[in-house]
Ligand binder design. Structure first.
Ligand code: C5P
Length: 237
C-alpha cells in the first residue's frame, strides 16, 4: 500500500515541505507537488525529490493549446516527474500532443515514460455545481466516463477521478487504465471543500490504483501517525 498512497504537499513553505517529506519518507514513496508547492520551490524541487528517491506527481493540471501543454509536459518529464496531469477537457489533440512530447523527452533523457493522467471533473464539485457550471444535460458521472475514454484513446495512462466513479470508469476503460483518486477522507478527518469523497478503505475496495491525501495528513498534529492510520485503513486493518 506504501506505493499506492500519494501525499499532497499542499503548502508554499519550503521548510515545511522539507520537514513533511523527511518525516514521512519511510512510510510514503509518492509525493504530489501542486500549485502551492510549485510556486514556492519551482524547478528547484526536482533535483531535491530525485536525490531523495521519491516518486513525484506534478499536479499542475495543464489546460492550454496542444503546443503549450506538450512543451510543459516535456519539460516536466525531462526534470524527472514520474506522474503528470492535465485537464481531459483540454481536448483529445492536447492530450495526444502531451503523450508524444512526454515519450520523446523520456527517450532523449533515457528515463522511463512518465505516467500521464487526465483530470475528469474536480472532486470539489457535486452534481448541482457540475450542471450549473457546465450548463450540461449530462449527469456528472456520464461526463467523467466520457472524458476518461477520451484520455485513454489519446494515449494517457489513466485519470484523476472521485472514488465514487471508479466502477463506471473501469467498465468503460478496462483494468489496465489507472485511476487515481483524491477526495479521500478518513472518518476522523474534516471534509473541507471536498464533496465526492470516500474513506481510504472504501477507495481501495472500489479499485483505486492510487489514493491522494493532503490535509488529513499534512495538517494533522502528527502527520506520521495520520499517514500510518491511513495505510492501515488501506490494508483493511
Ligand atoms: O487536502 P486534500 O486531501 O483535499 O487534497 C487533495 C489534493 O488532490 C489537492 O492537492 C487537490 O488539488 C488535488 N486534486 C483534487 N481533485 C482533483 C484533482 C486533484 O482534490 N480532481
Amino acid at each position: 500500500m506504501k506505493n499506492r498512497l500519494i501525499v499532497a504537499l499542499d503548502t508554499d513553505d519550503g521548510e515545511e515541505i522539507d520537514w513533511l517529506s523527511g518525516t514521512l519518507m519511510d512510510m510514503v514513496s509518492w509525493f504530489k507537488i501542486g500549485f502551492q508547492a510549485f510556486s514556492a520551490l519551482g524547478m528547484e524541487a526536482f533535483p531535491w525529490f530525485t536525490q531523495n528517491r521519491y516518486n513525484v506527481f506534478v499536479d499542475l493540471k495543464f489546460h492550454d493549446i496542444p503546443n503549450t501543454v506538450a512543451r510543459d509536459v516535456g519539460t516536466m518529464t525531462k526534470h524527472g516527474a514520474n506522474m503528470i496531469n492535465m485537464h481531459a477537457s483540454g481536448g483529445f489533440e492536447m492530450m495526444q500532443a502531451a503523450r508524444f512530447s512526454a515519450d520523446d523527452a523520456a527517450y532523449k533523457a533515457r528515463i522511463p515514460n512518465p505516467i500521464l493522467l487526465g483530470v475528469t471533473i474536480l472532486t470539489s464539485m457535486d452534481e448541482t455545481g457540475f450542471k450549473s457550471n457546465f450548463a450540461s444535460e449530462r449527469q456528472l458521472t456520464e461526463q467523467v466516463v466520457y472524458l476518461a475514454k477520451q484520455a485513454k484513446d489519446a494515449g494517457l495512462n489513466g485519470v484523476v477521478a472521485s472514488p465514487l466513479e471508479i466502477e463506471p470508469i473501469r467498465k468503460a476503460c478496462g483494468d489496465n487504465f489507472l485511476i487515481v483518486t483524491p477526495g479521500i477522507r478518513p472518518k476522523w478527518a474534516d471534509p473541507g471543500d471536498q464533496r465526492r469523497i470516500t474513506t481510504p478503505a472504501e477507495a481501495i475496495n472500489r479499485g483505486a490504483d492510487f489514493i491522494v491525501v493532503g490535509r488529513p495528513i499534512i495538517e494533522a498534529d502528527d502527520p506520521l501517525e495520520a499517514a500510518g492510520k491511513i495505510l492501515d485503513e488501506m490494508r483493511g486493518m
